[in-house]
Design a protein around this ligand. Sequence first.
Ligand code: ADP
Ligand code: GLC
Length: 468
Amino acid sequence: MEIIHFSAECYPVAKVGGLGDVVGALPKYQNKLGHVAKVVMPAYNTKFLFENEFEVVYDGWVRLGYNNLPVRIFREKTNKLGFDLFLVHIAGLLDRDKVYGYDDDTERFIAYQIASLDWIAQWEHKPDVIHCHDHHTGLIPFMVANSHKYSHLSYVPTVLTIHNGQYQGQFGWDKLHYLPAYDLRNSSKLDWASAINPLASAIKCAWRVTTVSQSYLDEISHKANGLESLLAQERGKSVGILNGIDNEVWNPQKDAMLTKGFNNRTVESGKKANKDQLCEIFNLDKSKPLFTFIGRLVGEKGADLLPDIFHNALYQSDGELNILVLGSGDTHVEDRLNDITNHYPGKYNAYIGYNETLSHQIYAGADFLLMPSRVEPCGLNQMYALRYGTIPIVRRIGGLKDTVIDIGDGGFGICHDQTSVWDVGDAIGRAYHLYQDQKRMKEIKKFIMGIDHSWDSAAQQYINLYQM
Ligand code: ADP
Ligand code: GLC
């Protein structure tokens, strides 16, 4: 089967969060199952573009409203990612340093989607499935089914995966002229709440919709930033498929980013070496438990509560624990997290920014990883933590609920019900007590490292879905 994945992110080409990890891994594991999965994404000015070799596979023009822009599509020459990678270059529009966050993101992602379909439409054969990820690619199912110029693609099945329903990419009807011509009687398939809403449109038009965990699918019929009724209505064609993790990239035994590699037999000495190094670099006390947070500092992740949670934990424990944060996002939260360093030197530190290497080192060196998310469609951090022998402390929501079982229920993690300072504080207290029982800690670490969250099963579940 030939599958084309469309996505704004793909690790290691460009990654902002978990979407990048998923699209960097799923196609590789689908290829291992004997299929031909490819990724088509925008060509940003990232390091990957300059450090690898490409060949040109398409030269053309994309029409965006009244403008015609030159398009060039490159293929990475060596197939080093385990799948064919195609980068869509549109000068002045896509060739930026960042993936998102520009005033013209609407235009950027529309142009990318049209240019990609223009290219595929002139292939001699048709792909078996088009798989779109999140709202940046959400107009594709509509265009494939309705645009006159893609009419011969209209029977190609389309799948939408919702990684995060909070972001929908909506824009005004005044920009309708950007889209290729279609029968205007079908306009309702683009509309939601009197705007063009790419995520809503994809939910309406894709042949199948998936979410990245079963619990998230259950939750979004009740809470999905305005799309609840639509998701409830389209529930019949929707399915939850829990993400996997790329065990080749996230392998504590072979991870070159770590101070020392380890497996579940050498977990104690391995984690100690990584923790010692982190404590050295960040001026922390290696004899005390290390609590960490890695992620985007946004409301969804409960990041606004972290400063109060950390103040309380450090104060109440009388300095008997350490906290290390890695993240970036809301500047107010960033400033408050930085400020705590002055109050608890030697017990707390924060790295504000994005640092892939440090994230690996923290998963390896930490004792506990906090995820007090308000919304968590899947969450990969808790799965990386498990694989690296770090005990997750998570809110029971979305994919966190599907992957972490509380120690009180015979499991291996610490779970709490609400994203509140009190609930998270209580969970930290339970973790602190667990840490005092080192025999139990050792058993749990060994156990969690062996939990299988590899892509093998999820990659096959997607294939089964395509076959349907
Ligand atoms: P989301 O996609 O909502 O941000 P996920 O848990 O699915 O959440 O994935 C987050 C991914 O981004 C993980 O690979 C995590 O390690 C990484 N990550 C998040 N913030 C940072 C950061 N500041 N530096 C390095 N990696 C980060
Ligand atoms: C989104 C979600 C996250 C999920 C990731 C990959 O960014 O917020 O929970 O793990 O996508 O699917």
